[in-house]
Design a protein. Structure first.
Length: 204
């Protein structure tokens, strides 16, 4: 358990019950539609950073992957373990930018996913996080990220992060952009609020 909120998670624990219900209604295959054609077809090792309640991890596991689901918010992690109990999903209490638990393991992954996570980090945190994530990728592995644009909930720590800025940061850490695309939110509530997403895929 974290003594104080991990930077970027502010507001999530306080609204965990409501958010868990909302997340349950999101279909991962729909959310990843714009990038799904690039995801590894062969079973591999996947790291889902900011896994929330585990819907994405469960979907990736259903495709044959072994998934490590990293989630610092205890309520989400516990809900995910209950809802998506699977020998193919390992839950880990860890957080960006350091990812100290994962980096200490020295495990490398075929795919790293950060959906709706990156914009919670300040600029200096994003720089450190990109370096640490890069170290967890196998040669040729993919990094998939989504960035939120539009109005933010009042109690959340969200920064205005552009796709171009993120691509430039990734390039400094030897990650090549494979895809940059825009997509509407799959959540009706967010669409009505004017929320959209940038989806980025990088290769090591």
């Amino acid at each position: 358990m974290h003594a104080s909120p991990v930077p970027g998670t502010e507001g999530y624990a306080d609204n965990a019950g409501q958010l868990i219900t909302r997340y349950t209604g999101v279909i991962a295959a729909d959310k990843y539609k714009v990038v799904s054609h690039l995801l590894p077809r062969r079973a591999g090792a996947v790291l889902d950073i900011g896994a929330g309640t585990g819907a994405d991890s469960a979907w990736l596991a259903s495709l044959g992957h072994k998934v490590v689901a990293v989630e610092p918010v205890a309520a989400f992690r516990e809900a995910g373990m209950r809802a998506h109990a699977s020998p193919d999903i390992e839950w880990v209490d860890d957080s960006l930018p350091a990812l100290s638990v994962m980096t200490a393991r020295e495990t490398r992954f075929d795919l790293v996913v950060l959906a709706a996570v990156w914009m919670h980090l300040a600029a200096e945190e994003r720089s450190a996080a990109m370096e640490n994530i890069g170290q967890l990728l196998k040669p040729g592995a993919l990094l998939v990220m989504s960035l939120r644009h539009g109005p933010a909930p009042e109690n959340r720590r969200i920064f205005d992060v552009s796709a171009s800025e993120t691509i430039a940061l990734a390039a400094r850490h030897h990650l090549k952009v494979v895809l940059s695309a825009q997509a509407p939110s799959v959540q009706q509530q967010n669409r009505h609020a004017g929320v959209s997403w940038s989806w980025l895929v990088f290769q090591r």
